[in-house]
Design a protein around this ligand. Structure first.
Ligand SMILES: Nc1nc2c(c(=O)[nH]1)N[C@H]1C(S)=C(S)[C@@H](COP(=O)(O)OP(=O)(O)OC[C@H]3O[C@@H](n4cnc5c(=O)[nH]c(N)nc54)[C@H](O)[C@@H]3O)O[C@H]1N2
Ligand SMILES: Nc1nc2c(c(=O)[nH]1)N[C@H]1C(S)=C(S)[C@@H](COP(=O)(O)OP(=O)(O)OC[C@H]3O[C@@H](n4cnc5c(=O)[nH]c(N)nc54)[C@H](O)[C@@H]3O)O[C@H]1N2
Ligand code: SF4
Ligand SMILES: [Mo]
Length: 681
């Protein structure tokens, strides 16, 4: 949209934020003389209705457009691993070296000794997915991306519903009387959903979280549960519903399997018992149970909730509540973990079974939790290919990860827009173009909207979009399978055709977004679930066959012993995982690293607000500044994830303390179950 007499000089381009975020904001980019002068929010976009979040406003006008911060050419390492000493090389030289080394490993060891790790640095369709074709073709081992984020919840809900990515359509909130947000913090992780969807909904809001965050402060009811005690809370809420005749027996008869198997356990879990187990007042448990059961109610289970040692059991227990009260498949009701927007759109709202082995049967897969050990093992891994993620900052066992990456016989390639802490260990670094520099499609996991990612300027320096990097690498390897060379436009058109019938790329660019359907979907309306029985399976033979309990259990984690405390490290309001951690304005907004401590826990250790304190466990120790506040319950500490280690005085972040203990399901991270000793520094 050119503006009048300045038409050649100034253009405002509508694009979409491709970050790993519930919001999926619309962006307006002002381009003057082929250069970006401002990145701001689209005032007419239904998600953000104006400004972007603070972190993106800063970083998209800061480090993302700063030539001195971005990677501009391919680089070859010249100093020791981790030193950050590199020299620029041409694309031909870099890709020739990568191809040669990979071919050598295929011949000497086999392709499964090449590991690739990736996640959601960009969630756009092509830059986020296309490189996977190269690695599938190669036969590389995939490091299961979800095991650092949300796999336990997927596996658990797949047992219960047969699907974990078919939640509710947020537009159905107009018919909701109650929204229960459990183990999510939208005030940080979904700021526009928090502001425009949750607070404006008119529904009564229940928040269940150990941390009294901003969303909790604004809720009608707040239940400050002890970390890892949520299954007991779900059972005692179900007790109130059972006792007071609030269960939907017709829905249970027609659509639920296994109520009889949990009925007596529910009967035993009184609110008074629940209070003992969870730390939540019995009266509050009663009130929340009645409000939710009356409905219509929406249930939102956060990704933070399942990052606990028994995260899978917790997810199965919480899923009993919509099943037993019939808060499913009708306007204003439903249960949400994540929405697969493209899939829901393509299937017009029908479900699809979650494929627990989502890279396909042929691809070997390992958990992120095993990677620190694997990196140390020359027999297992010969090449580590990193794209769209920053494992040194984000993954467990930071020290061990660094040691593994320092191995001389490991060939490491990092594709990123920035010189991250991980990239410093690479043999070859390849510069990725940013989302402002190429066309793509975006769909976030909440809004059921699809947006265009529109090229605003040429890629910075010699950087290239991920997809072009992997096309060129495929060519350098001598591959000729057509799917490795498909054009961007072909992939965009195919996806639009499947998900937004009738909408062309030109239309989408003009409007700036498209809902997956005109009217809100009522997901699960037919009450038929893709489980073996076709019902919601509270009792699951599949779970039992896999060595798990037949039903969810009202269990809680054993209380920390020996004066240790639980350390919760969720999303930082100012960061997007580790992205933006190198932006000076963002660093200013975050300030130095701090930890929030309950006044009684602080008093016991003679800690005052502002003191330096040390957090330690078998993995290491970290110093932080104490903040004393009852925002955290007794026994738990709060700090935030994903600062760049390089900018910290100890050259480490909280993942130094993150022990890769797997969850009960899905071999996923239990990072919010980390235990530490706290003392004055
Ligand atoms: N302590 C603790 N640790 C955690 C968590 C926690 O709760 N606590 N949460 C975990 C969770 S939920 C997640 S999802 C992980 C996330 O961890 P990661 O997957 O490592 O995510 P980021 O740290 O954002 O790293 C993404 C990288 O991709 C780069 N990037 C952006 N766009 C592009 C692009 O177009 N191309 C390429 N090649 N690169 C690009 C960015 O510059 C950035 O360096 O962290 C996990 N770590
Ligand atoms: N600003 C910002 N936004 C982000 C991200 C970011 O890094 N920064 N990351 C993105 C990514 S990758 C993800 S996965 C999502 C995650 O976003 P969310 O789904 O909101 O998950 P988290 O931020 O990890 O944690 C949410 C809450 O879980 C709570 N929690 C931890 N343990 C328990 C427990 O035992 N019981 C209960 N009831 N609650 C518990 C924490 O206290 C925290 O308040 O956010 C995305 N959005
Ligand atoms: S990160 Fe989320 S809140 Fe921020 S601009 Fe992007 S979509 Fe919006
Ligand atoms: Mo995540």
């Amino acid at each position: 949209m050119a503006s009048g007499s300045e038409s050649e000089l100034k253009q405002v381009i509508k694009t979409t934020c491709p970050r790993d975020c519930y919001d999926g904001c619309g962006i307006a980019v002002t381009v003057r003389d082929s250069a970006i002068s401002l990145v701001t929010g689209s005032p007419d976009h239904p998600s953000n209705r104006g400004p972007l979040c603070g972190k993106c406003s800063a970083a998209y006008n800061g480090v993302w457009r700063d030539e001195s911060a971005r990677l501009l050419t391919p680089l070859r390492r010249v100093g020791p691993k981790g030193s950050g000493d590199f020299t620029p090389v041409s694309w031909d030289e870099a890709l020739g070296e990568v191809a040669g080394r990979l071919q050598g490993i295929v011949e000497s060891h086999g392709p499964e000794h090449i590991y690739h790790t990736h996640y959601t640095g960009t969630c756009s369709l092509i830059a986020g997915g296309f490189p996977g074709r190269f690695f599938d073709h190669l036969g590389a081992t995939e490091i299961d991306p979800d095991t650092v984020c949300n796999k336990a919840g997927h596996v658990a809900w797949n047992y219960v519903f047969g699907d974990s990515v078919n939640g509710f359509d947020p537009r159905t909130v107009k018919d909701s009387a109650c929204i229960m947000v459990w183990g999510a913090n939208p005030s940080a992780s979904a700021p526009h959903v928090d502001k425009h969807w949750l607070r404006d909904s008119g529904a009564r809001v229940i928040v269940i979280d150990p941390i009294r965050h901003e969303t909790a402060d604004n809720a009608d009811l707040y239940l400050q549960v002890r970390p890892g005690a949520d299954a007991a809370l779900a059972f005692s809420m179900a007790h109130v519903m059972q006792r007071d005749g609030l269960l939907d027996m017709d829905y249970i008869r027609d659509h639920v399997l296994g109520y009889d198997d949990v009925a007596s356990a529910i009967a035993a879990c009184t609110p008074e018992w629940g209070e003992e187990q969870t730390g939540v007042d019995a009266a509050l448990i009663e009130e929340a149970a009645r409000l939710y059961a009356a409905g219509p109610s929406l249930l939102w289970l956060g990704q933070g909730l399942q990052r606990q040692p028994q995260g899978g059991n917790i997810f199965r227990a919480c899923a009993m509540l919509p099943a037993l009260t019939g808060n499913m498949g009708k306007p204003g009701a439903g249960a949400y973990y994540l929405n697969d927007t493209y899939g829901i759109a393509a299937r017009r709202g029908k479900a699809q079974e979650y494929d627990a082995n989502d890279a396909g049967d042929a691809t070997p897969i390992v958990s992120q939790m095993d990677v620190p050990d694997i990196l140390a093992d020359s027999d297992a891994i010969r090449a580590y290919m990193v794209w769209n993620c920053n494992p040194v900052a984000s993954n467990p066992a930071q020290e061990k990860t660094r040691r593994g990456l320092s191995r001389d016989d490991l060939f490491t390639v990092v594709v990123d827009c920035f010189m991250t802490d991980t990239a410093e260990y690479a043999d070859i670094v390849l510069p990725a173009a940013s989302f402002l520099e190429f066309d793509d499609l975006c769909a976030n996991y909440f809004q059921l909207m699809i947006g265009p990612q529109v090229k605003c300027v040429e890629p910075m320096g010699e950087s290239l979009p991920n997809q072009e990097i992997f096309r060129r690498l495929a060519r350098a390897m001598g591959f000729d399978a057509p799917e490795l060379f498909e054009s961007d436009q072909s992939m965009i058109d195919a996806q639009l055709n499947e998900s937004c019938a009738g909408m062309t790329w030109a239309d989408l660019k003009e409007v700036g977004w498209a809902y997956a359907s005109e009217e809100p979907f009522i997901l699960w309306r037919d009450g038929v679930f893709p489980t073996p029985s076709g019902r919601i399976e509270i009792a699951s033979a599949r779970a039992r066959d896999n060595g798990l309990p037949y039903t969810p259990l009202p269990d809680i984690d054993t209380a920390p012993k020996g004066g240790t405390l639980r350390l919760i490290s969720p999303s930082d309001k100012h960061l997007m995982n580790s992205s933006y951690g190198n932006d000076a304005r963002v660093q200013g907004m975050m300030g130095p690293v701090h930890v929030t401590i309950h006044p009684a826990d602080a008093h016991e250790r003679q800690i005052s607000d502002g003191d330096d304190v040390v957090l330690s466990n078998s993995a290491g120790e970290l110093i932080m500044i104490a903040r004393v506040s009852d925002k955290t319950p007794r026994g738990a500490l709060l700090t935030h994830k994903s600062r760049w280690p390089r900018f910290e005085s100890q050259k480490a972040n909280v993942n130094l303390l993150h022990i890769p203990r797997k969850t009960d399901m899905g071999e996923s991270t239990s990072v919010h179950g980390t235990e530490v000793i706290l003392g004055k520094a």
